[in-house]
Design a protein around this ligand. Structure first.
Ligand code: KG4
Length: 338
């Protein structure tokens, strides 16, 4: 009999539902919340309210697009954390209620595991998936981690940021340039037309596999301040070069530690995940690096880089196969490590 999982994701500002049958994706619906744009960041209370409005139609659409009746579902997977508690509560409560009504189990998913396991989402049965062990560079607005993935439930953080995440570096520097939030995609777009060698910004010198991005942020800010003093139109006149140089620096920082991790572990497969893995430069750099070193690269489809329920459904699928269900008295958590 087929295993059909409904996945629900509501950890931040995207309400998403997805259906997978035996590991193959049937539907993935994402409702992104526009309500936060004018505030320059996600407003938690508005996010929970929007999830409440979106969750029923989003789940309904996911089931319809999949051509699956709710009675056919084997289990419901949901993001239990980390994320915004109010947002997580909406998805968690919905999953519990629906599972009680249908008398099927619920499976809780760690959002970060979901990002890592997004490479196991198959659109067709013969799509390739990574072989364990592999390294995943998880880079988002809240995380910058190098993870050694031994199995779907066995992940070790080899290195992580000691201050800001890579996404924050993109967003905060973009803000200094007067770009809208989130700035990462704007930097990506501008960088395509700029000279990446035009400006030099500080890079961290910390031992091991940990990251740091706060020094780069300060160096970017000071460079701009100095230049604006001499020429008030400096940013406007140099937007593309600034974006390209910033992006190059972030990529160099990311790749330096990723290379160290690959050498240390001797793995032959490298994957990337999280919002920043949508960045064209990051994707090219990882693909290039892997092809030069004869490694297998897994670069996710862009729709699976940001928050989505397909990754929750696939993570829940593996737990379901191992009968790892969630109790009804389990509650969401805001913070956790991988
Ligand atoms: O994984 P994600 O959706 O959620 C958080 O963990 O917050 O990641 C969002 C982050 C933001 O910092 C955003 O600017 C960044 O991913 N991002 C990008 C790009 N697309 C999204 N950064 C650089 N280039 C992009 N194309």
């Amino acid at each position: 009999m087929s295993v059909i999982i409904l996945g629900i994701e509501s950890s931040c500002d995207d309400t998403s539902a997805a259906v997978i049958r035996d590991g193959v994706l049937l539907s993935n619906v994402i409702a992104s919340q526009q309500v936060h744009a004018e505030f320059g960041g996600v407003v938690p209370e508005l996010a929970s309210r929007a999830h409440q409005q979106n969750i029923v139609p989003v789940v309904d659409t996911a089931l319809k697009r999949a051509g699956v009746a709710r009675e056919e579902l084997s289990a419901i997977g949901f993001t239990r954390g980390p994320g915004l508690l109010g947002s997580l509560l909406v998805g968690t409560s919905f999953a519990k209620g629906m599972s009680l009504g249908l008398r099927i189990p619920i499976v809780d998913v760690n959002h970060l595991h979901g990002h890592v396991l997004s490479h196991f989402i198959r659109r067709n049965e013969d799509d390739r998936v990574p072989e364990y062990p592999f390294i995943c560079l998880l880079v988002s607005g809240g995380n910058s981690q190098i993870i050694l993935v031994r199995n779907y439930n066995d992940m070790e953080i080899l290195g992580q940021t000691i201050d800001d995440a890579a996404g924050e570096a993109f967003d905060k520097c973009a803000k200094v340039m007067g770009l809208p939030y989130p700035g990462g995609p704007h930097i990506d777009r501008l960088a395509a037309e700029g000279d990446p060698k035009r400006f030099r910004f500080a890079k961290p010198h910390i031992p091991g596999l940990d990251y740091s991005f706060s020094g780069l942020k300060t160096s970017f800010l000071y460079t701009l301040r100095d230049e604006i003093r001499k020429n008030p139109d400096f940013i406007e006149q140099n937007k593309a070069d600034l974006a390209a140089s910033l992006q190059r620096t972030i990529i160099e920082i990311l790749m330096d530690k990723l290379d160290k991790a690959v050498r240390q572990t001797g793995v032959t497969t490298v994957a990337i995940g999280g919002g920043v893995s949508a960045n064209s430069g990051v994707r090219d750099a990882v693909a290039d690096y892997c092809s030069r070193r004869g490694l297998t690269a897994f670069i996710p489809e862009r729709v699976f880089t940001t928050d989505n329920a397909a990754m929750v459904a696939i993570a829940a699928y593996y737990k379901y196969l191992d009968r790892q269900f969630c109790r009804y008295d389990e509650v969401p958590y805001a913070r956790v490590k991988v």
